[in-house]
Write a new protein. Structure first.
Length: 518
C-alpha cells in the first residue's frame, strides 16, 4: 500500500473490485489503529494534566456510584454486589454531611504543659463598696488559658573536671571522670545531634536551612560539621537498627515499597547526581518498625539481601524486583489496581464504575471486620469478599477481548489478570491487608523530604540516611517524640549500654527511661 503521507487525490485506486475491498479493509484497520493511538495519547495527556493540576483524591461521591446501581443490580445473580451494597458503598465513599462544615469548638490545652499565672485585680478604688465603704472580698475567679511559644534556644554545657592532690607531698593526683559519649570531646551534645536528625528526618529541614536557622540565634554550626555528627551518631546507633532488622524478619507479614532519591556521585561528571532508591519495609503490629534501606539502584538483589531467608508473607505493589519471592506467600496491592481503574472512569464510566463500586463493597467488608478475630476475618473474606473478586475477574476476562490494551481500562485489566492470585491472597490470611497503604504512608516523608534536601551527600552517606530515617520514622509510627528518644539512646550508647533491646523504639516507649539530666 502507498505511504500514509500520500493525499487522497494522489491515491491510485485499483480497477478490480476485490482489490478495492482489500484496500478499504486495510484503510479501515489503519483508521482503527490510529484512533486507538489517539485515544491512548489523549488519556495519557489527561492523566498528566490531572497529576499536575487536578485533585489527588480518588474518592467517588455517592452520586457518582449511584449511577452504576442498575448495572450492579443486573449482576446480583452472578455474585456481584447488590444495589443495596452499592448504596452502602456510596455512603462509604462519600458520606452525606449535614449541618455546618467542621466540628467547631476548642480542644483543651495539654494539661502537662507548665502554667504561668498572670493575675489581674480591680483597681484600689473599685475594691471599696460605694454603699457601705467596706472593702470587697473575692467571690470567685475566671481563668482563660492561651498557648504561648518560646523559641528554641542554645546553651553551653561546661564539663568541669576537678583535680585533687595531697597538699603536703603533692602526690596522688585524682580527678573527676567525665561520662563517656558517642564522640570523644566533640563540640555537640547528644541533644544537638538528636535535634539535627529530627529536624532533617521528621521536619524535612536540609542541613543548609538548619545552618541558617541556628545563625539567627547567633550560633555558627556549619553544615559540614552537622554531616559529620550524623555520620558518627549513625555508626553508634547502627546496632539498634540492625536489631530492628532482625526482629522485623520474624514478623508474620512485611510490606515493602521503594521511592527514588538522588545522591551525589563525585565520579559522575558533568552530571554529579545519580538516582538511587529508598527501599522501605513496614513491620507487623508485633514488630512495629519502619526500616529504610537507601541503595544506589533498584535491582532485585537489594531486596534479596535485606529479606534474606524470610519466608512469611510479603505485601508489595507488584514491582518485578520481588518476583523472586515465594509466589504462594507474595501478595499484591488492590489499591494499585483500583487507581488504574479509576483513571479509566472518564473514558468508560459504565465498566469502570461497576468495578469501583465493587472495590467499595470490598472495603465496606474490611471496615466491618476491623475488630474481629483472625478466624472471623478469614471467614468474612472467604464468604463475602472472594465472591466479589471472582465476579470482578469474570468481568475483566469478558472485557479483555474487546478492550484496546493501550487504553486506561485495558492497562488496568492487563495489570490485574497476571497478578490475580496475589491480589486475592489477603482473603486467606487475617494478618494481610488488601493494600500497601501503610508502607506508602511511611515512604511519604522521603518523597516530601527530597523536595527540600534535594539529594543525599554521597553514596557513602546512604547508610547514615538509612539509620536516622529508620529510627525517626519508627518513633513517628509509635507516637514517640523522636528528639527525646534519640537524645536518650545516644547518651546510653555513649556510656556503653549493654542491652540493645532496651533501646528499641517500642520497648523504650513502654519503659520510658528518660534521663533526668538537663
Amino acid at each position: 500500500m502507498a505511504s500514509d503521507k500520500i493525499t487522497a487525490q494522489e491515491l491510485e485506486l485499483p480497477d478490480d473490485l476485490s482489490d478495492c475491498h482489500a484496500m478499504i479493509r486495510e484503510l479501515a484497520g489503519l483508521i482503527e489503529r490510529q484512533g486507538a493511538d489517539i485515544t491512548h495519547l489523549k488519556q495519557r495527556l489527561h492523566n498528566l494534566l490531572r497529576d499536575k493540576f487536578g485533585r489527588s483524591s480518588e474518592k467517588l461521591t455517592s452520586g457518582q456510584l449511584q449511577l452504576f446501581a442498575q448495572q450492579l443490580e443486573a449482576l446480583v445473580e452472578s455474585g456481584a454486589p447488590s444495589k443495596e451494597e452499592a448504596a452502602d458503598a456510596s455512603k462509604e465513599n462519600g458520606k452525606t454531611r449535614t449541618g455546618r462544615n467542621g466540628g467547631g469548638g476548642r480542644n483543651p490545652i495539654n494539661a502537662s504543659l507548665p502554667r504561668v499565672p498572670r493575675d489581674y485585680f480591680p483597681s484600689e478604688e473599685e475594691m471599696i463598696c460605694v454603699c457601705c465603704s467596706a472593702r470587697k472580698t473575692e467571690i470567685g475567679k475566671e481563668i482563660v488559658e492561651q498557648l504561648d511559644y518560646i523559641p528554641a534556644s542554645f546553651r553551653v554545657i561546661q564539663h568541669v573536671t576537678h583535680k585533687f592532690a595531697c597538699r603536703a607531698c603533692q602526690e596522688g593526683v585524682v580527678e573527676g571522670q567525665r561520662p563517656e559519649q558517642i564522640h570523644s570531646g566533640g563540640k555537640p551534645t547528644e541533644g544537638l545531634i538528636a535535634q539535627i536528625s529530627t529536624a532533617r528526618n521528621a521536619d524535612h529541614l536540609p542541613l543548609y536551612r538548619q545552618e541558617q536557622i541556628y545563625a539567627r540565634e547567633g550560633v555558627d554550626v556549619p553544615r559540614s560539621s552537622m554531616g559529620r555528627w550524623l555520620d558518627m551518631s549513625a555508626q553508634a546507633a547502627k546496632p539498634v537498627v540492625d536489631r530492628m532488622h532482625e526482629l522485623i524478619l520474624e514478623g508474620e507479614v512485611i510490606q515493602a515499597d521503594e521511592s527514588p532519591v538522588l545522591f551525589l556521585d563525585k565520579n559522575r561528571l558533568p552530571k554529579k547526581c545519580k538516582q538511587g532508591y529508598a527501599w522501605t519495609y513496614y513491620g507487623d503490629a508485633k514488630h512495629p518498625y519502619v526500616l529504610y534501606d537507601f541503595q544506589p539502584d533498584r535491582t532485585k538483589e537489594r531486596a534479596q539481601e535485606f529479606l534474606g531467608k524470610y519466608s512469611n508473607l510479603l505485601l508489595t505493589d507488584g514491582f518485578g524486583g520481588y518476583d523472586w519471592f515465594i509466589p504462594e506467600r507474595h501478595a499484591n496491592c488492590l489499591i494499585h489496581l483500583r487507581r488504574k481503574v479509576e483513571q479509566s472512569l472518564k473514558y468508560d464510566k459504565s465498566k469502570a464504575g461497576i468495578v469501583l463500586a465493587m472495590f467499595s463493597s470490598l472495603y465496606k467488608i474490611e471496615d466491618e471486620i476491623v475488630e474481629a478475630s483472625a478466624e472471623q476475618v478469614v471467614n468474612a473474606r472467604q464468604s463475602e469478599s472472594l465472591p466479589v473478586l471472582k465476579q470482578m475477574k469474570e468481568l475483566f476476562l469478558e472485557w479483555q477481548i474487546k478492550t484496546p490494551p493501550k487504553s486506561t481500562l485495558g492497562i488496568a485489566i492487563n495489570y490485574a489478570l497476571p497478578r490475580w492470585e496475589k491480589l486475592c491472597l489477603f482473603t486467606k490470611h487475617a494478618c494481610l491487608r488488601p493494600d500497601t497503604n501503610l508502607v506508602e504512608n511511611a515512604i511519604r516523608p522521603v518523597a516530601l523530604g527530597r523536595k527540600n534536601w534535594l539529594h543525599i551527600g554521597s553514596e557513602e552517606a546512604l547508610e547514615t540516611a538509612s539509620v536516622h530515617a529508620s529510627l525517626v520514622n519508627s518513633c513517628k509510627r509509635l507516637g514517640v517524640n523522636p528528639f527525646l528518644y534519640l537524645r536518650d539512646i545516644f547518651i546510653r550508647l555513649g556510656r556503653g549500654e549493654g542491652c540493645i533491646d532496651d533501646l528499641l523504639p517500642d520497648r523504650w516507649a513502654n519503659q520510658n527511661p528518660l534521663s533526668d539530666e538537663t
